[in-house]
Design a protein around this ligand. Structure first.
Ligand code: CP
Length: 307
């Protein structure tokens, strides 16, 4: 089995076999990342450009570390300090980067579908680092790796995603990949933050926190994505936290010893209490570690597939 596509755009398109291959390759890179010398020559002589039109800590840093550990030359561009501020389009920007012989361009953009549009119109390999509220496919791979390492397998597990589902590209990519892996997915959040067409996702919508957590093997908490709302969709953070926040008291209702995950950044005391975030149930920093390994795997597939 292998991953033989020019680009890495969506979790929805991945087969179970491709997901398994990505996770296996990421496990091998994870071992390399735990060595004293963390560098391999896999992508020596290749050029990777990280082009970010939105803020990022984890994704951008881990793509940079991943490329450097593979021996590639890595260049980071923030839209705010690029010629995008002078009106240059995304397409023109990527075409110019491509003219400099970049092998892979990793793109984060606030417009859903923008990354696929670019991928369909350039020769360079394109990796989606998050497009609007559409998808964040490498996040879903690192989430699956974290779950598989904690629980031993994926098939048959119950995952509950709690919070702002409607505006979350992480939720979408996770749901598509988890359904492909035979997992049961439940969601819980304010009605204003549940997608209108939620039935299309094949998930169960919970009515209260007890229903959400009682039989969960994995609980994924999401922050409120204010940047994707024209107006705040909840009365107040205090009321949101009281109903939708994960606290030690809520964890007592969870019977299956669930692990707790969060893609970050956490809003401590809003969707997740510090006690739970820093507890033994939390796998949040494992997610971050696995993000580097998953991105090493994905960059390798895309850089090699291009040639
Ligand atoms: N999980 C995630 O995408 O985090 P950043 O926005 O910091 O990259």
């Amino acid at each position: 089995m292998s991953y033989e596509h020019k680009d890495f755009i969506s979790s929805k398109c991945l087969t179970r076999e491709e997901i398994g291959y990505i996770l296996d390759q990421a496990k091998a890179f994870r071992e390399i990342n735990r060595r004293e010398i963390k560098k391999v020559p896999t992508l020596r002589g290749r050029t990777i450009v990280n082009l970010f039109y939105e803020a990022s800590t984890r994704t951008r840093t881990s793509f940079e570390i991943a490329g450097k550990r593979l021996g590639a030359d890595v260049i980071n561009i923030s839209a705010s300090s690029s010629s995008a501020v002078k009106g240059e389009t995304l397409m023109d920007t990527v075409k110019n980067i491509e003219a400099m012989a970049a092998d892979v361009v990793v793109i984060r953009h606030n417009c859903s579908g923008a990354v696929k549009f670019i991928a369909d119109n350039v020769k360079a390999g394109i990796v989606n680092a998050g497009d609007g509220l559409n998808e964040h496919p490498t996040q879903s791979m690192l989430d699956l790796l974290t779950i598989e390492m904690a629980k031993g397998s994926l098939e048959g597990l119950t995952v509950t995603i709690i919070g702002d589902i409607a505006h979350s590209r992480v939720a979408r990519s996770d749901i598509w990949a988890m359904k492909t892996c035979g997992m049961r997915v439940k969601v819980f959040g304010p009605p204003t933050m549940i997608p209108v067409a939620v039935d299309a996702f094949g998930v169960e919508v919970c009515r209260n926190m007890e229903e959400a957590v009682s039989d969960a093997d994995v609980i994924i908490m999401l922050r409120i994505q204010r940047e994707r709302m024209s107006k705040l969709l909840i009365p107040s953070e205090r009321e949101y936290s009281a109903v939708f926040g994960l606290t030690p008291a809520v964890m007592e209702k969870a019977a299956n010893n669930p692990i707790v995950m969060h893609p970050g950044p956490i809003n401590r005391g809003v969707e997740l209490s510090s006690v739970v975030a820093d507890s033994g149930d939390s796998r949040i920093l494992d997610q971050v570690e696995n993000g580097v390994a998953v991105r090493m795997a994905v960059l390798t597939f895309i850089a090699v597939a291009k040639n």
